[in-house]
Design a protein around this ligand. Structure first.
Ligand code: Q9C
Ligand code: ZN
Length: 344
């Protein structure tokens, strides 16, 4: 399978996030992609750098005001004063119900809250550079399908599926899977299915496509009653307007084992087959792994071979885009297993 990487992923390297009141090292860090790249290389894959500029596609899935903020956010942070480069910006105020989100404030922290769903997505000097190159890599993988490839994999970070039309969240800034799906729509695919198998519901991807009939979103994830992102991902979210019926959420309880998870995958595949998609984008989160430090499904390393084989069985040109997965040292083997299961 042709594979792409993000040669600038390491430039997004915030140091800390918050966990239960403590500052802890970021779970989403550059070693993750390094492990995936090392495992791919060891198995004989050649990692291609991005060769597509996704700027036009980005403008179709994200708001111009959000893109402008993200591209300039670090410079705005630095301009607050001397020494800002030694600390990370975090939002501290949000426009929740009854407050206005239609007026962009001038205050940087207030802007950061306007364009964030949580305080768990720290910015660093290279965030925009890394996120843009990663989205380019996802578009590059999609472009290979139009050129006749059966499948393409994109190893990138930061991840993307929590990033919505005009906000970051859950370690995500630009929605790489949505970029791949929109690229396919713009280059000959009339209908595209996005299958999100990350442990966490892909709220950003769902929201981007919620009222569209040309993109089906299907997600298997931890029940939002107890799991992040908490405020989206329930089974009764089925799409709106023209997109009514084009959204399927399959929440499962924390602690779900492989047998139950693969039964949900069968449901997901049946819905994708019924939709009549021309291409498939997989949001490939590997935080369903039993060793993941922040997630609670129980897939073993060998289950990722089975996942790859089942994804091939869908029978569509397929882009696989890396999302979460925080047992970094296991991430390479787990990712390679999906690819090798797909190719067998
Ligand atoms: N400090 C993805 O998997 N909260 N994002 C974690 C631990 C956010 C995960 C809490 C989890 C987001 C792409
Ligand atoms: Zn996740």
């Amino acid at each position: 399978m042709i594979t792409f990487h993000n040669p600038l992923q390491h430039t997004h390297a915030p140091e800390h996030e918050f966990f239960r009141g403590e500052r802890v090292p970021c779970f989403e860090n550059p070693t993750r992609a390094a492990y995936v790249e090392a495992a791919l290389t060891a198995r004989g894959h050649v990692l291609h750098p991005p060769d597509v500029d996704c700027a036009e596609i980005l403008a179709k899935i994200h708001a111009p005001s959000y893109l402008a903020f993200l591209a300039s956010a670090w410079q705005q942070w630095l301009s607050l004063g001397e020494g800002q480069d030694r600390v990370q910006p975090f939002p501290s105020v949000w426009p929740v119900r009854t407050l206005r989100s239609d007026v962009e404030p001038d205050n940087f922290i207030a802007k950061l809250g306007l364009y964030s769903m949580d305080n768990g997505s720290p910015l660093a000097a290279g965030t925009w550079t890394a996120a843009k190159a990663g989205a380019d890599a996802a578009a590059s993988a999609a472009a290979r399908l139009a050129a006749g490839e059966r499948a393409a994999f994109c190893s990138t970070r930061p991840p993307g599926h929590h990033a919505g039309p005009d906000f970051m969240g859950g370690y995500c800034f630009l929605n790489n899977a949505a970029v791949a799906a929109q690229w396919l729509r713009d280059h000959g695919a009339a209908r595209v299915a996005v299958l999100d198998v990350d442990y966490h519901h892909g709220n950003g991807t769902q929201s981007i496509f919620y009222d569209r009939a040309d993109v089906l979103f299907v997600s298997i994830h931890g029940d939002p009653h107890t799991e992040y992102p908490f405020y989206l991902g329930h089974a009764d979210e089925t799409g709106a307007g023209l997109g009514a019926g084009c959204n399927l959420n399959l929440p499962l309880p924390a602690g779900t084992d492989a047998a139950t998870w693969f039964a949900a995958l069968e449901q997901a595949c049946a819905r994708i087959a019924a939709f009549g998609a021309d291409a498939l984008v997989v949001s490939l989160g590997l935080d369903t792994y039993e060793g993941d430090p922040i997630s609670r499904f129980r897939l073993a390393t060998t289950d990722f071979l089975r996942l790859g084989a089942r994804l091939r069985g869908v029978g569509l040109p397929t882009v696989l885009v890396l999302e979460g997965g925080y047992a970094a040292a296991a991430l390479g083997t787990n990712a390679v297993n999906v690819l090798e299961g797909f190719e067998q």
